[in-house]
Design a protein around this ligand. Structure first.
Ligand code: F8G
Length: 258
């Protein structure tokens, strides 16, 4: 067919899946880290959840919903990092972070690879991850789902999963809420036994076997592999918003190739 709206790319599926992760949040501060999360949050704001509060990622709350990398449009508030910490503690925030490693128990690592005393790779450091995971709804975005990301046990715990939050006591567990893990292959959550990683859907064109093969631990599925649904296709409205409004330059395809 020659109708471009009849087709969609994997990156567009990911953007819609990320938007869905924020659809039911109501009015809270959405903190997407990185390109596809920013695209997905802005898509949610233009569709399912207009109440999302967004920023330029540095210090300004934005009244409008600008395209990726565009200068912030109408400014409606001041949110430098020190004030982000106030919102983190207050709780009305949903952050989508990256994850260099995620394990079966939903622990996330963005700090270092290897033995912490002598890491083979120094990454970003844990940054906001510990506080986010005990105070705010937290999701993760993984642009390359692979056994090197989804490992049996993370080398360093930056973001805590449910079991560790429980062990740390009521103050850590009370607001712990790891919501979704969206990857280039699938949508996962922590709905497995004891808060373990569960496969929710595989993206169109991906098989459940592909996801098992790209995961370094046994993934929980509800029922059998044949019961795992496909992630929904982006609607025509979403395709237009992504292509014409939010990401006309196709930056999304640098992160998730078409
Ligand atoms: C690996 C792996 C792997 C990569 N296994 N090796 C190797 C083995 C790879 C390379 C090398 C480098 C609230 C809040 C905050 C704030 C607020 C408070 C946060 C104030 C803001 C500031 C702050 C945290 C937000 C994120 C970022 C998540 C990422 C990735 C990346 C790429 C995309 C940036 N599995 N993987 N290697 N931050 N990060 O072969 O080897 O390691 O690899 O919430 O901050 O402080 O608090 O990262 O790595 O969410 O998504 O890190 O470092 O460029 O190049 O891939 O090539 O050198 O040999 P990168 P990469 P080599 S919230």
């Amino acid at each position: 067919t020659s109708d471009p709206l009849a087709t969609f790319t994997r990156a567009e599926v990911c953007a819609a899946a990320i938007a869905d992760a924020f659809a039911d949040d109501g009015e809270l501060f959405a903190s997407p880290m990185g390109l596809l999360p920013t695209l997905g949050v802005r898509l949610a704001r233009l569709t399912s959840n207009p109440d999302l509060v967004i920023s330029d990622g540095e210090s300004l709350f934005l009244a409008g919903t600008p395209p990726l990398l565009a200068p912030g449009d109408v400014v409606e508030g001041w949110i430098p990092f020190r004030r982000v910490f106030d919102v983190v503690a207050w709780g009305r925030r949903h952050v989508m972070m990256g994850a260099t490693q995620v394990d079966r128990h939903g622990n996330q690592n963005i700090s270092a690879i290897g033995d912490f005393a002598r890491p083979t790779r120094q990454l970003l450091g844990s940054r906001g991850a510990p506080g986010n995971t005990v105070n705010n709804r937290t999701s993760y975005w993984v642009p390359r789902h692979s056994p090197r990301v989804f490992v049996e046990q993370v080398d360093v715990v930056s973001g805590v999963g449910p079991a560790r939050a429980r062990e740390a006591g009521p103050a850590a567990e009370r607001f712990h809420d790891v919501h979704r893990i969206v990857t280039d292959l699938a949508v996962l959550d922590l709905g497995g036994p004891g808060g373990t990683v569960r496969l929710c859907s595989v993206h169109p064109g991906v098989t459940v076997a592909d996801v098992h093969a790209a995961t370094g631990f046994e993934l929980v599925v509800d029922g059998s592999d044949a019961d795992v649904p496909h992630t929904r296709e982006p609607t025509v409205e979403e395709r237009v918003l992504v292509r014409e409004v939010l990401d006309p330059r196709g930056l999304r395809h640098r992160e998730v190739p078409a």
